[in-house]
Design a protein around this ligand. Structure first.
Ligand SMILES: Nc1ncnc2c1ncn2[C@@H]1O[C@H](COP(=O)(O)OP(=O)(O)OP(=O)(O)O)[C@@H](O)[C@H]1O
Ligand SMILES: [Mg+2]
Length: 351
């Protein structure tokens, strides 16, 4: 499969200001050195506890947030990514590297080029009641990205709005209504219509089904799958609901304190999580077969603060398998076979 997005060493730190002079006193390391590839047409799931950096990762990839460091390559040929990596290692001050980054790295886009790029990547948030402007009519809410991008004018705007409303299971009759006149599930459909109106290729779905009840959740998941097929979309699906992620994702990444600790095809990960944190996380899903028991791996202690993450492996203070090296060195993400990546010395040293 073709690679659509390649993320390298991505970092997003939020400054914390303090003191009388409101100087920067510390940083929240929300996303810290993340690497990942997203294939065209796949649904890439991201799971992890609250505060581990899922939303920040999604928003930074589509440049709603500015990264502090790293690369975001979108539809960039492999040879060019390789050339950039080579130059970074061997000639980091070269003009050629500067040129390539300016030309190909989304992380450095600004101004008009950034604005133009936005049509290709969209986001749907958890709570449509806050993400949709309550004073705007549905027709204007949905049309907004199209108009602000200058992609359509006059009668064509209305035509396209009706087209996307129909794609998400709404209709012309909903054009002149306000968001509060809709149910939670329908409001999320409006948010989806707005996200697909510019014909994007990549959509970040950030907890898109967390604010609706179970039956509506199933309908929305079906809608996402249907749209993915029809429009050839690529998704990043963020949720802390492990079973929802399992049902829609092709591959899943597990995040812990700003880092990816495990990444694998959904089936492999759910059947056989390897990282001690992932093991504990997945042990909390109920097993449908009462005769089967899941290996229990309880989580001790609390998630440490992302302001001062532990040295070495960030999980080591809570890990039953922690060795000396884990307190000192940060474990790299290593492929243990079939694209199953794990960042844990206790797992990979044995392999
Ligand atoms: N704008 C911001 N300013 C400062 N800190 C922030 C900001 N946004 C997020 N953070 C911090 O960054 C860390 C990661 O937050 P993020 O919202 O990405 O987590 P999350 O995994 O999406 O959590 P949740 O499951 O609760 O949505 C948290 O410690 C959070 O407090
Ligand atoms: Mg979030």
């Amino acid at each position: 499969m073709e690679n659509l997005i390649a993320i390298e060493n991505l970092k997003k730190y939020f400054p914390i200001y303090g003191g009388v002079l409101k100087r920067k006193v510390a940083e929240v390391k929300a996303v810290d050195d993340v690497h990942l590839n997203i294939m065209r047409g796949e649904c890439f799931g991201v799971v992890g506890e609250s505060g581990c950096g899922k939303t920040t990762l999604g928003k930074t990839i589509i440049r709603l947030l500015n990264p502090n460091a790293g690369h975001i390559f979108y539809r960039v040929p492999k040879e060019i990514v390789e050339a950039i990596k080579y130059l970074e290692r061997n000639d980091p001050k070269s003009k050629a590297l500067k040129y390539l980054l300016k030309e190909y790295d989304i992380a450095y886009l600004t101004g008009r080029r950034l604005k133009k790029f936005r049509r290709y990547m969209q986001i749907v948030f958890q709570d449509p009641s806050t993400s949709l402007d309550p004073r705007m009519l549905v027709k204007d809410i949905v049309a907004e990205p199209l108009v602000s991008q200058g992609l359509a004018k006059g009668a064509n705007v209305g035509k396209r709005v009706v087209e996307v409303l129909e794609l998400v299971g709404l209709s012309r009759s909903h054009l002149y209504r306000y968001p509060h006149e809709f149910s939670g599930g329908q409001r999320q459909r409006i948010a989806v219509a707005r996200a697909i109106i510019t014909n994007p290729e990549f959509i970040v779905l950030d907890e898109p089904t967390s604010s609706v009840d179970v039956s509506v959740r199933a309908q929305l998941l079906n809608l996402f799958k249907e749209l993915q097929k029809k429009l050839g979309l690529t998704y990043m699906f963020i949720s802390h609901d492990l079973s929802v992620v399992e049902c829609i994702s092709d591959r899943v990444a597990v995040m812990y304190l700003g880092k990816i600790v495990e990444l694998a095809e959904t089936y492999d990960l759910y059947k056989n999580p390897l990282h001690p944190y992932a093991k504990a996380l997945f042990a909390s899903i109920p097993v449908p077969d009462p005769t089967r028991r899941r290996e229990k791996a309880p989580l001790y202690g609390e998630v440490p603060s992302p302001v001062n993450p532990p040295a070495g492996c960030r999980f080591h203070p809570r890990c039953a398998l922690a060795m000396d090296i884990c307190k000192r060195d940060e474990p790299p993400l290593v492929d243990v076979g079939g694209g199953h990546l794990v960042a844990c010395y206790a797992v990979t040293e044995k392999e």
